[in-house]
Design a binder for this molecule. Structure first.
Ligand SMILES: [Mg+2]
Length: 455
């Protein structure tokens, strides 16, 4: 049995140990007082100063991973019958052994001590994609902590400061946009017409698009690239290449006007000198941000000094961070003000509390938040909604996960089909992440190897 006293709770909430400790302890204690925890009841009037309250032990009994539609889904089971779920980016089925690697470290731990669990496993993660398993497990722990206390995860992360969270859309068919200005205009028009009413659109362009391979004389390098993976090209732009990017931006702005924000995902792959001149020439278009011009997706490093020089050279906000793991690796970017906007992905950075810490630290330095998340799936979206509700006012919007199969909406309860309205998602008030599997419907998407996932 673990004991919580009113006095010890007060001591912890007034200490300088940080908001997570405060939020976790007071949040969980609130759950106990409201009588929701583990289905047992403690009358509120029975709680008095210095009265000790017995909290039933809850222990992790299993950690499972199933690949559903290409997406690794994590389930943590407990001695109290509560399960927590998390999800890594889709198309990462290879992560299953990485998830299961952490199982022995977690069995027997109290999952509501989220940070203590994370201290055991966080040190064994890495930059994208090797922080995914740690991040998805962290989501599942908050899901359990919330369900055990009868509170939404956002309450445990400090409580919400907004009732709805803004999301942004990444252009139609992420890697399938054509390379002509007309293609960009049509893609922008398609997103603009969507019923979700997105107020910010991000488009892949430059080396984050097919331009490197398909625009003749786009850059001084080998268009075939080192392999056939996305964003493999890197090199110096030709004048024609630079002008093609600008022409496509101009075409999109004509469609979107000044009522919908336009952000560009550009790389990685641009050289620093090109990034500086490209940002300069794009200044008249009032763009939301220029993302990952230098480093980024699947680059296991930060290059803060290069971003610092770029950021100081232009009025267009710079953006990076989707591949970066842990708050420590954002430190240099933030403390040097090397970037204007950062975009950690909740499913790569180390999880929900990690994202919250980074958002708070960024806000202290005047840096904005636009978290990445296009491949995070519905459980990842639920995690994003819960964190975004708590972020300070440096929050712009998070990237809505559009790259999911439609059937996910049939197997997840708690997330309506038309979840985005007027470019926002209403923050829900259900315990934990607030979404649950419809087990009967979900089972048919389990591979033979994963048949016991929900048992
Ligand atoms: Mg990106």
């Amino acid at each position: 049995m673990e004991l919580i006293t009113e006095n010890s709770r007060k001591t912890q909430t007034t200490s300088r140990r940080g908001f997570i400790t405060k939020a976790s302890i007071s949040g969980l204690a609130m759950g106990l007082f409201s009588g929701n925890a583990f289905g047992k009841s403690w009358p509120a009037e029975g709680i008095t100063q210095n009265r000790q309250v017995a909290k039933p032990a809850i222990k992790i009994t299993d950690l499972r991973c199933a690949i559903m539609g290409g997406s690794p889904v994590i389930r943590i089971t407990t001695s109290e019958g509560i399960s927590g779920y998390g999800q890594a980016e889709n198309n990462r089925s290879y992560l299953k052994p990485f998830v299961l690697f952490y199982k022995d470290y977690l069995i027997g731990e109290d999952p509501t001590n989220v940070e203590r669990c994370m201290m055991k496993i966080r040190r064994m993660g890495g930059f994208k994609p090797y922080g995914s398993a740690v991040s998805a497990i962290e989501m599942a722990l908050w899901d359990i902590a919330g369900k055990a206390s009868g509170l939404p995860a956002y309450k445990l992360l400090g409580g919400k400061i907004r009732d709805r969270v803004r999301v942004y859309h990444t252009g139609v068919g992420v890697y399938r946009v054509g390379v002509e200005p007309q293609d960009y205009a049509e893609s922008a028009a398609k997103v603009k017409e969507r019923k979700e009413g997105f107020t910010i659109i991000k488009m892949p362009i430059g080396f984050h698009s097919r331009m490197g391979k398909e625009v003749p004389n786009f850059f001084y390098g080998d268009p075939a690239g080192p392999n056939n993976q996305p964003h493999a090209n890197r090199g110096t732009l030709t004048e024609q290449g630079l002008k093609r990017i600008v022409a496509c931006v101009e075409a999109m702005k004509k469609v979107l006007g000044d009522g919908i924000g336009l952000a560009l995902d550009l790389g990685p792959g641009h050289m620093l000198s090109d990034a500086i001149r490209l940002a300069k020439v794009l200044e008249p278009y009032n763009l939301m941000w220029l993302e990952d011009m230098l480093t980024g997706d699947y680059r296991p490093y930060v290059n803060a000094d290069d971003y610092l020089e770029l950021t100081r050279s232009t009025t267009v906000p710079t953006h990076t961070g989707e591949q970066i793991y842990l708050r420590q690796n954002f430190r240099e970017l933030i403390e040097k003000n090397a970037i204007r906007v950062i975009g950690p992905d909740v499913a790569d950075v180390g999880g929900m509390a990690e994202l919250k810490w980074i958002a708070e630290y960024a806000d202290l330095h005047g840096i904005q938040m636009a978290p990445h998340g296009i491949f995070d799936g519905l459980i990842g979206n639920a995690a994003q909604v819960n964190v975004a509700a708590t972020m300070p006012q440096n929050f712009i919007a998070f990237e809505f996960s559009t790259e999911v199969q439609e059937w996910w909406y049939d197997i997840i309860d708690g997330m309506p089909d038309n979840i985005v309205k007027d470019g926002h998602i209403e923050v829900w008030d259900r315990p934990g992440l607030g979404v649950e599997f419809n087990v009967k419907a979900a089972k048919k998407y389990l591979a033979d190897d994963d048949k016991n996932f929900f048992d």
